[in-house]
Design a protein around this ligand. Structure first.
Ligand SMILES: [Zn+2]
Length: 72
């Protein structure tokens, strides 16, 4: 659902923020920093866990949406 949402991944080397989409994070495990050009490993599990809060609110939204569509 949030595949196209962008999050900024800070480079551990220079602190430059690298905007990446969720879809990108799911399919990649590293990127070249836009600031220093270093290859940075993406802790996608951690990043996606950080997005769990968003997921939770989406889940509760879906729950309330379900009331409206009883279709299976
Ligand atoms: Zn960097």
């Amino acid at each position: 659902m949030f595949e196209t949402a962008e999050i900024n991944i800070p480079c551990p080397g220079c602190g430059e923020k690298n905007p990446k989409t969720i879809a990108w994070i799911k399919t990649n495990d590293h990127f070249d920093c836009v600031g220093c050009g270093k290859s940075v490993r993406v802790e996608s599990k951690e990043l996606l866990a950080g997005l769990k809060k968003v997921d939770d609110s989406v889940a509760s939204l879906r729950k309330s949406m379900r009331k409206f569509g009883k279709r299976r």
